[in-house]
Design a protein around this ligand. Structure first.
Ligand SMILES: Cc1cc2nc3c(=O)[nH]c(=O)nc-3n(C[C@H](O)[C@H](O)[C@H](O)COP(=O)(O)OP(=O)(O)OC[C@H]3O[C@@H](n4cnc5c(N)ncnc54)[C@H](O)[C@@H]3O)c2cc1C
Length: 457
């Protein structure tokens, strides 16, 4: 716990207008999208690299934890001060420093909001594809630290595929420049990629150089509805196998749709059990060819309904249904246990059926939706923590789901990271040798364990 003298020292070092230790501020920065709460001792708003250096120096000297934080919409507690200390917030360091049309790249401060970067790129006829559903709030720093994905990552890849270079500070205060402004770069170990997805535990990112690509001129959005969960999941695989190459391939099960339609006060077709949202993009010729392939698949599976958005308003309407899933299902039960498992494309239908059957067997409400194109099945166990019996059944379900996912060649997290909430499950993915290697990496970067401690391990 930082006493008044220490807080005074921090304010003097970083600047009074950037340091807050009153209870309201500490509370406001005590939680993220997990709903878990940990009070930091102080909140520091970095406005420049010098502020980052000063905050790191203070935490080193006082031997208190420093927790980097973007918008705080992470799903695994990564930005929470589990051991107190200083939360270093980057929302004031939010400038787009450069947008280089010739080299097709952008240089951003970590607090830049993802959607603002996308909008600036699109204005220049360019495209920054990583699109977490939280993109109107989340920051580039948070996206880099979590290696965020999103609907369009099925075709275009995740944040890591767009990070060319990083500037970052180690807990020791040393500044490191990793990567370059080029797509190719094999000089030395790929430390830049080690920082991407390191959840703020290895270094504090202060600048990111991001690759941009040409903006696809045509985008078309479709929704295909099914009367059975299995048909919907199989359709995802059929679309992949037919080489339709959609830019988005999102899935929603009956419970997701039921919750969204109730949330938006819309009538729901009784027969509807699953819906798949697809976007096709490219040049006009490419889009036409992909659409023809899609129509062949649709004709072969004979769904309940197929919709093609014919206007921007219809596109928005279809997107809104997908985006509303997370907030809508929150009303189903007091708590959502949100897993973002991934399986290889060939294992999607059997995994979906396995989880649905498990939910029925254990009497649990499990909602399935997400980026099924890349096998990222958002598995939401809706629970009441006050119900001890239900919580015991949840443990059984998670154990069986994680075992199955890893046996299928998948992973326990595709985009949300491990943070705090997935720590107990690391043993499903890694053996002692791998865990030890991960720990040694952490030690090499942060031997005193002051940077975002208590996460991942
Ligand atoms: C409704 C909703 C939908 C979502 N959809 C998606 C989705 O589709 N895909 C997806 O991938 N995620 C999704 N997420 C999760 C979340 O939005 C992402 O993980 C996002 O990247 C978090 O960004 P943030 O700025 O809020 O980071 P924070 O939550 O503030 O922090 C996340 C992690 O990044 C670290 N960090 C932040 N800034 C820095 C920095 N400058 N240097 C070093 N470390 C830093 C923190 O320490 C922490 O470990 C969703 C969340 C919500 C609430």
């Amino acid at each position: 716990m930082l006493d008044a003298k220490a807080l005074k020292e921090l304010a003097a070092e970083v600047g009074r207008s950037k340091v807050f230790a009153d209870r309201e501020f500490r509370l406001a920065y005590s939680y993220d999208a997990t709903g878990l709460e940990y009070l930091p001792d102080a909140v520091v708003f970095a406005e420049s690299e010098a502020d980052v250096v000063a905050a790191l120096r203070f935490c080193r000297r006082r031997r208190v934890p420093l927790v980097p934080r973007g918008a705080g919409v992470g799903y695994t507690g990564g930005a929470l001060a589990v051991q107190g200390g200083v939360v270093l917030v980057f929302t004031r360091m939010n400038r787009l420093l450069r947008l280089d049309r010739e080299s097709m790249l952008a240089v951003a401060e970590p607090g830049l909001v993802t959607a603002d970067l996308q909008a600036a790129a699109e204005k220049a006829g360019l495209f920054y594809p990583p699109d977490p559903a939280s993109l109107k709030t989340s920051t580039i720093g948070g996206n880099v630290a979590e290696n965020a994905g999103g609907p369009r990552c099925f075709k275009y890849g995740v944040t890591a595929n767009y990070v060319l270079g990083l500037e970052a500070f180690l807990m020791s205060g040393e500044k490191v420049r990793l990567g370059a402004e080029t797509i190719k770069n094999v000089a030395g170990y790929d430390l830049k990629s080690l920082i991407v997805g390191s959840e703020g535990t290895l270094a504090v990112v202060t600048r990111a150089t991001l690759r941009l690509i040409p903006l696809p001129p045509v985008r078309r959005l479709f929704r295909v509805d099914f009367a059975s969960l299995a048909d919907g999941a199989r359709f995802v695989q059929q679309v992949i196998q037919a080489h339709v190459q959609p830019s988005v391939l999102e899935f929603m099960d009956r419970s997701s749709l039921q919750a969204v339609y109730a949330y938006r006060n819309l009538p729901l077709d009784e027969r509807l059990r699953a819906a798949v949202l697809l976007e096709i993009d490219g040049s006009p010729a490419e889009a036409a060819e992909r659409e023809a392939r899609l129509e062949d698949v649709v004709a072969a599976v004979r769904p309940l309904q197929r919709r093609r958005a014919e206007s921007a308003a219809e596109q928005e309407e279809l997107w809104e249904t997908r985006r509303a899933v997370s907030p809508a299902i929150a009303s189903l039960k007091p708590r959502k246990i949100n897993e973002d498992i991934v399986v290889p494309a060939g294992r999607i239908p059997e995994t979906v059926e396995f989880i649905a059957a498990l939910g029925a067997e254990l009497g649990l409400c499990i909602v399935l939706f997400g980026h099924f194109g890349d096998g990222n099945i958002h598995t939401n166990l809706m629970v009441d923590p006050a119900d001890a019996g239900e919580m015991r059944r949840v443990d059984v379900a998670l154990d069986r789901i994680f075992r199955r996912v890893v046996e299928s060649g998948g992973t326990i997290s595709g985009e949300h990271g491990i943070g705090l909430s997935k720590k107990p499950f690391m043993g499903y993915q890694f053996g002692p040798a791998e865990l030890e290697l991960l720990r040694r990496v952490k030690q090499a970067f942060d031997p005193d364990n002051l940077l975002n401690p208590g996460k991942i391990f």
